[in-house]
Design a protein around this ligand. Sequence first.
Ligand code: ZN
Ligand code: ZN
Length: 426
Amino acid sequence: MMDLMDPMGGDDTATAVLLGLDSVRAGLEDFYRDLHAHPELSHEEHRTAGNVAARLRDAGCDVHEGVGGSGVVGVLRNGDGPTVLLRADMDALPVQEATGLPYASRAVAADGSPVMHACGHDVHVTCLLGAVALMAQASDRWSGTLVALFQPAEETADGARGMLDDGLPGIIDGLGGIDVALAQHVLPMPAGTVGTRSGPTLSAADSMRITVHGRGAHGSMPQAAVDPVVLAAMIVVRLQTVVAREVAPGDTAVLTVGSIQAGTKSNVIPDHAVLQLNVRTYDEQTRSAVLGAIERIVRAECAASGSPQDPDFELFDRYPLTDNDADVTARVGSAFRAFFGDRAGELPQQSASEDFSDLPTALGAPYTYWGIGGTDPETYRAAQKAGRVAQDIPVNHSAGFAPVLQPTLDTGTQALVVAALAWLGG
Ligand SMILES: [Zn+2]
Ligand SMILES: [Zn+2]
């Protein structure tokens, strides 16, 4: 790893702290394989949280457990200086693993669903524990306070808010607030690379369940009915005009009706229909315009059909926009370029969503969120050459998503240390 440790980049502090990586690497790899084999669904991350808390205590952190369910906060105080929050999410997904890895998950949840770390949150947890261990070992190289936050339930969009509603603000107030919040995600990019982006980086997401009401009747007597099937169909078609006709060409939005359900039998007109839809946007103005247009269209179609009752709207799985602070991103980006050289680049805008930004938004701190690669670089290059990246490289949430152990874990650990030291390194 001498090429990575070369102080040519100029960041001597990061280089010195990361010299410790050789002594913790094998332990981190073992931890990762165990965590990958024992994934837990959102809100059920108890085994993971217990192992995390034990490691944080070993590193000398003050540890707060059970914050918002299974959330864990480790605080490493090391004299005067800024306070930096690093966040990792811990939950897995109900996916049947098909990676063929020797440490593949065979876990089954209480409800019988298979469980897999298909989003790579096991990478995030392992790298953050690695960063804490290295910072603790090299406490003479930096000063300030490091907060390592392990969040449950990212995949259900409510883990960050759960921690905020259950004592996290008090813990942070006790430290005098935080100066910056940082987080990362492993993505289908070449392992060993890191990517930063300023401004809107991950989309805001909103899911909506809409129930429209009709009047049920015999299928042979439509005159006695208000048919919610026809009403729902008109809504689906009319909703296609929102992005096409109401969103400016330079703005981006996605509106997908993913589910539509009504009725039980061919000759019964049902009395209601339920639509579920998902919206992705990259700014608050577009977001509220799209959500407003949906409600307007649904109410108008109900009126046009003579619906006997107002429609019901229920928003769920709501993710905030991830809008990276320009100054924070510039600082992290230049630290990355100094350390990683040409392995540091720009992250393309992602249509995925995250609830991380709920934390810094509520705690009053600027933030940035970056990507690290997890795909074998040779495999990636071959797919790129063949023009088959989308087809051949398994993406997050797929049953074949299998980040290569190295250099993924090294890079994720290095990225967290390098970024934190951009504030704590003096
Ligand atoms: Zn995910
Ligand atoms: Zn994820």
